[in-house]
Design a protein around this ligand. Structure first.
Ligand SMILES: Cc1cc2nc3c(=O)[nH]c(=O)nc-3n(C[C@H](O)[C@H](O)[C@H](O)COP(=O)(O)OP(=O)(O)OC[C@H]3O[C@@H](n4cnc5c(N)ncnc54)[C@H](O)[C@@H]3O)c2cc1C
Length: 579
């Protein structure tokens, strides 16, 4: 039907396209996009929809307006295609959003994601994004008690010698420091061989492996990170339990797994945390994650993309060449046709509209507990060696010893909240205070984010409200063991007397964003190479439906704030248009 209509309107469409391109051409001059030359488009006639002008057909409709949908929309709009994004929430950005979580305070917190490492420089350049990603002075701080004294392991991002000395205080020599460097050399080398391929079609595993067949360290990196459980390398290189735990957290964040998991999902998770832009450094986006989403939304709007928020998809027509989307907005039902449909949410949500069963893997289970906080003052640490601002401005690890996390994993796998709940805590306002009003900043307010591990969806599924409360208590207790006074005393208080603290379990995250069982990556992270014959040479975004592609985290090489699947889906569409 869309094809038929398209023929009738072809003449008018091409006239409109010329005038539309007049505007777009200026944008393109400002932000040249050589990888995505204009590829031709068709614009259908417009009709009024509750005040917003939307057309009855688009070249590309994107379901969901997460950051990956925005990246795809920007590339495709700049290539001259008509693009519409349909978002269920009343805001744009999905898991990349800053919100005024506590209504009485002018503080915009990164409600879900908060740090950026995997967003490629190339996408920033291609789309002319004005993103400032700021280095944290401290990489990590891990408090510990030794011989009845409180101390902490501080690894600095700006002065390696601080870390060396801190490691000597913990272990008695600098051997572990040198070993840690050697261990991270494995992921550095892996990143060297892997990173640039993330924005290219997938190659076969064997071909990918051959890239590592150049020297001993590359071969070891391949073996340790792509073939054996990463726990083996951690245990081979590192002896200190706290240091082993430090390394292991990157293999667990967001997933329910352990060092020797035969699925190797922990390896994939580890790689995603260490290969970003070949450094693996996690930086604070200035203006919070909302700053990233806003910049991407502006880029998409500049490219001509249109948006509808607060919509409810009621049906998808996916059989045949031209997908159709039926949705409701403000009580009105409408149908739109598309040449291509990009799906920003995961296969679990898509399955609701196709009638086909969603068949998740056990490794797709999400494991996350997020606490967003606003503080009146920074908590005072029992460990006094480092200035509080230095200790709090990196990743603060609590109860994340290697054996401790093996135990918490086991206890959670038995169906109960662990006795000690591992977590990491971040105070972004020490790196970027622009998310606070000047007034709050002056008064010494800070935001704080706690990301809890070994909190799988299954623990919360039956009675989310009760278990969420219990988990919140445990995570706060974990933090309080390192503090002079309880964290609760440092929290800001709302006019109604409530503490400025918001907890999100995997169940809450699925409810808000659709992420399967609260999996922050939509599903288990994937390898950066083709794992089946049919994937070879593809962009890793294909679905079983013609002209329907994933453009979000669930695509191969998706997951985290990276824009990679958005870019790759756009490339796929432009390629498909040529055939
Ligand atoms: C608590 C938490 C902390 C995280 N921390 C980090 C971090 O610090 N750094 C990092 O790199 N990554 C982090 N992540 C992961 C990262 O945020 C996500 O992987 C990434 O943002 C996903 O982007 P996306 O565009 O692929 O999908 P999403 O952001 O999930 O966007 C999908 C969009 O689809 C919409 N949608 C869902 N269902 C429907 C429907 N039926 N109809 C219409 N629209 C629908 C959603 O509302 C959403 O806007 C975190 C995630 C969470 C949850």
């Amino acid at each position: 039907m869309f094809d038929e209509k398209r023929k009738q309107t072809r003449r008018t469409a091409s006239l409109r396209r010329d005038s539309a391109r007049g505007v777009a051409a200026e944008e393109h001059a400002a932000y040249p996009c050589p990888a995505f030359p204009f590829s031709g488009c068709l614009i259908e006639h417009e009709h009024e929809n509750d005040g917003s002008m939307i057309k009855s057909g688009y070249d590309v409709v994107i379901l969901g307006a997460g950051h990956n949908g925005l990246v795809a929309a920007s590339y495709l709009g700049r290539a001259g295609l008509s693009v519409l994004l349909l978002e269920k929430n009343d805001y744009i950005g999905g898991a990349t959003t800053s919100q005024k979580v506590f209504p009485d305070y002018e503080a915009r917190l990164s409600r879900y994601s908060y740090l950026v490492s995997l967003f490629p420089e190339k996408i920033i350049r291609d789309l002319g994004l004005n993103l400032e990603l700021r280095r944290r002075a401290t990489g990590s701080f891990t408090p510990y008690a030794k011989n009845g004294r409180h101390d902490g392991l501080l690894l600095s991002n700006v002065d390696k010698e601080v870390g060396r000395k801190s490691m000597i205080d913990l272990t008695g020599s600098d051997t572990e420091f040198e070993q840690l460097k050697k261990f991270y050399d494995l992921s550095r080398v892996f990143a060297e061989h892997c990173w640039d391929s993330m924005l290219e079609p997938l190659v076969a595993k064997e071909e990918f492996r051959r890239r590592f067949d150049v020297d001993d360290i590359s071969r070891e990196a391949w073996r340790s990170l792509a073939e054996e459980p990463v726990g083996l390398a951690i245990e081979r290189y590192l002896q200190n339990d706290l240091v082993r735990g430090l390394a292991m957290t990157d293999a667990k964040v967001g997933l329910f797994t352990h060092p020797h998991d035969p699925s190797l999902v922990q390896n994939r998770c580890f790689l995603y945390h260490l290969i970003g832009n070949k450094t693996g450094e996690w930086k604070v986006p200035v203006g919070g994650m909302g700053g990233v989403a806003r910049e991407l939304e502006e880029a998409a709007r500049r490219s001509g993309a249109e948006f509808l928020t607060g919509i409810r998809i009621s049906a998808l027509g996916l059989n045949g060449k031209s997908p159709s989307i039926e949705f409701e907005m403000m009580g009105k039902r409408q149908t739109i046709d598309a040449r291509f449909l990009l799906v920003n949410f995961g296969p679990n949500v898509l399955a609701k509209f196709t009638g086909k069963p969603f068949q998740p893997d056990a490794t797709d289970e999400g494991s996350v507990f997020k606490i967003n906080m606003l503080l009146r003052k920074l908590p005072t640490l029992k460990a006094k060696k480092y200035p509080a601002a230095e200790a709090w401005c990196g990743t603060f690890h609590s109860d994340e010893g290697y054996e401790q996390m093996n135990l918490s994993y086991e206890q959670a796998a038995q169906g109960r909240l662990p006795d000690k709940t591992p977590c990491e805590v971040y105070c972004h306002t020490l790196t970027d205070n622009s998310i606070l009003s000047p007034d709050l900043s002056e008064q010494g307010y800070h935001t704080m984010t706690l990301f809890g591990l070994d909190a799988p969806w299954s623990l919360f599924a039956r009675d989310n409200a009760t278990v969420r409360k219990e988990a919140e208590k445990k995570f706060l207790a974990s933090m309080n063991q390192w503090l002079e006074e309880p964290l609760e005393n440092c929290l800001a208080v709302g006019r109604d007397g409530a503490l400025c603290l918001e907890s999100k379990s995997p169940v809450d995250i699925e409810d808000s964003l659709g992420m399967y069982h609260g999996n922050i990556f939509h599903d288990a992270p994937t390898w950066p190479f083709a794992t089946t014959k049919t994937q070879r040479g593809t962009w890793g975004v294909e679905t079983e439906y013609e002209n329907v592609f994933f453009c979000g985290s669930s695509a191969q090489r998706g997951g985290a704030v990276s824009g990679i699947p958005g870019h790759n889906a756009a490339r796929k569409v432009l390629e498909a248009m040529k055939t």
